[in-house]
Design a protein around this ligand. Structure first.
Ligand code: 3PG
Length: 393
C-alpha cells in the first residue's frame, strides 16, 4: 500500500526522520535544513489524524565514553523544541525510546499529537541492527514510515530491521529523493554534467568511477581533484596523501577526457585565509602551500560546461567556502548551476547544502538531497539496507 492511500486516522505512526543536524560546541543548531524537510510529512500526518511518534538519531553517542556527557551533548530534546517552533505545534518529548512508560505515554495521545523519542543511538541495539530493539520500537506503533533517505546506507535497527517488525510505508519525501537520484542514473537529459568537490574522498572516488560511464563531463575540485592532480604529477609539491585514496585511484582511468581538473587554483600556507593568497597553476604551488579554491580560469571553463548541461549533479564545494577569501569558486559554480537552463539540477551533501543556503540559491535547484553518505552510496551503485528493507531496490 502507498503512503497516500493509507488511512492514518487514529493510527500510531512511527515516523523515522533524520533530525541529525549540525550543532556547535554549545549544542546550538547550525543548520535546520533537515528539520525543514521533515515538516510536510508531519503536517500531512497531523491532518490525517495520526498519532505521530518521531524517531531519529543524533550524532555518534557511542563514541562518547562518559554516559552522562553523551546524554547531555546528544539529546534530541532541543531538536524537539526547534521542531515545535517550526511546526508551531507542541512536540512532546520522551527521555526513553522504548518500554512500558513510553507505551503508556503514547496511549494517552490524541490524533494529531506529536511525540519525539530520545536519540535512538543511545541504545546499542540501534547501530547493531538488533531485531530485538526493532521489536521494542515496533510495540510503540501500528505502522512504520521511513522518511530518512539520508540514513538508508546504515544497516541500523530503525532503518533496516524495523520494517521486518511492523507494516511499513515509503515516506513521500524519501520516495521523491529516490526518484530524483534515480533519474541521474537512468536516462538523464543530456549532456549530464557532474561536479565533485569537497572532502570524503573515499565515497567521492567511487562516485567518480561510476560516473565515468554515465556522465558526459566530470568536473573535479576540492580534495578529489587534488588527489588526481597529485597522481598525474600535475601538483608536484603535494603533501602526503592518504594511501587508501591513492590506491583507489588505480581503478579510475585518469586520462579519460571526460575528467576536467583545475587549471588554476588559490593557494596559501594559511587555511584561515589570513596568509598570503596566490593564484597559480597547481604545478606552481610551493611545498608550504595548500590548495583552497579554484581560480578564475577554471571557473570560466566549468561555467561554460555547466551552461551546456541538461542535467547537473553537484556534490561538494569547490573550495573552502566558509572562509571568505576562498568562497569565490563555490559561489560561482552554485550561481552557474542556478542560472543554467538545465532540465534537472540536483545537489546534495551537508557542505553543499550549507553553501547553497549561505548563497540563498536552494530554490534554483530541482531537488536538494538530504543525504551525504547515503546519496553518494546510492549514486555509486551500492545497495542501501534501508531502501532494500522498503522494497525499493
Ligand atoms: C548523515 O548525517 O549522513 C546521516 O544522518 C547519517 O549519519 P551517520 O553518518 O552518523 O550514520
Amino acid at each position: 500500500m502507498s503512503f497516500q492511500d493509507f488511512n492514518f486516522l487514529g493510527k500510531k505512526v512511527l515516523l523515522r526522520c533524520d533530525l541529525n543536524v549540525p550543532l556547535d560546541d554549545q549544542g546550538n543548531i547550525l543548520d535546520d535544513f533537515r528539520l525543514q524537510r521533515a515538516l510536510p510529512t508531519i503536517f500531512f500526518l497531523r491532518k490525517a489524524g495520526a498519532i505521530i511518534i518521531l524517531l531519529s538519531h543524533l550524532g555518534e553517542p557511542q563514541g562518547i565514553k562518559n554516559k552522562r556527557k553523551r546524554k547531555k551533548q546528544l539529546t534530541l530534546k532541543p531538536i524537539g523544541q526547534r521542531l515545535s517552533e517550526l511546526l508551531r505545534e507542541k512536540v512532546l518529548f520522551s527521555k526513553k525510546n522504548k518500554g512500558r512508560s513510553v507505551r503508556r505515554l503514547i496511549q494517552k495521545m490524541k490524533p494529531g499529537e506529536i511525540l519525539l523519542l530520545e536519540n535512538l543511538r543511545f541504545d546499542q541495539g540501534e547501530e547493531q541492527n538488533s531485531l530485538k530493539f526493532a521489536q521494542q520500537l515496533a510495540r510503540l506503533g501500528d505502522v512504520f514510515v521511513n522518511e530518512a533517505f539520508s540514513v538508508c546506507h546504515r544497516a541500523h535497527a530503525s532503518v533496516a530491521a524495523l520494517p521486518q517488525a511492523l507494516p511499513c510505508l515509503v515516506g513521500p519525501e524519501l520516495f521523491k529523493e529516490f526518484n530524483f537520484l534515480s533519474q541521474i542514473l537512468q536516462k538523464p537529459p543530456r549532456p549530464l554534467v557532474v561536479i565533485i568537490g569537497g572532502n570524503k574522498t573515499q565515497s567521492k572516488l567511487k562516485v567518480i568511477k561510476r560516473f565515468l560511464d554515465l556522465a558526459d563531463y566530470l568536473l573535479l575540485a576540492g580534495e578529489s581533484a587534488n588527489l588526481v592532480l597529485a597522481a598525474k604529477g600535475l601538483w608536484p609539491s603535494h603533501p602526503l596523501l592518504p594511501a587508501e585514496d591513492m590506491a583507489m585511484l588505480q581503478d579510475i582511468k585518469l586520462t579519460d577526457p571526460k575528467i576536467y581538473l583545475p587549471l588554476d587554483v588559490l593557494v596559501s600556507s594559511e587555511p584561515n585565509g589570513g596568509g598570503i593568497i596566490r593564484q597559480t597553476g597547481p604545478a606552481g604551488a610551493r611545498r608550504d602551500e595548500d590548495i583552497f579554491d579554484i581560480g578564475p580560469e577554471t571557473i570560466s571553463v566549468y561555467q561554460e560546461i555547466i551552461g551546456q548541461a541538461q542535467t547537473v549533479f553537484w556534490a561538494g564545494p569547490v573550495g573552502l567556502f566558509e572562509v571568505k577569501a576562498f568562497s569565490h569558486g563555490t559561489r560561482a559554480i552554485a550561481s552557474a548551476i542556478a542560472q543554467s537552463q538545465a532540465q534537472l539540477k540536483l545537489a546534495g551533501g551537508g557542505e553543499t547544502v550549507a553553501a547553497l543556503r549561505k548563497f540563498n540559491l536552494t530554490d534554483d535547484f530541482s531537488f536538494i538531497s538530504t543525504g551525504g553518505g547515503a546519496m553518494l552510496s546510492f549514486l555509486a551503485g551500492e545497495k542501501l539496507p534501508g531502501l532494500e528493507a522498503l522494497g525499493l531496490l
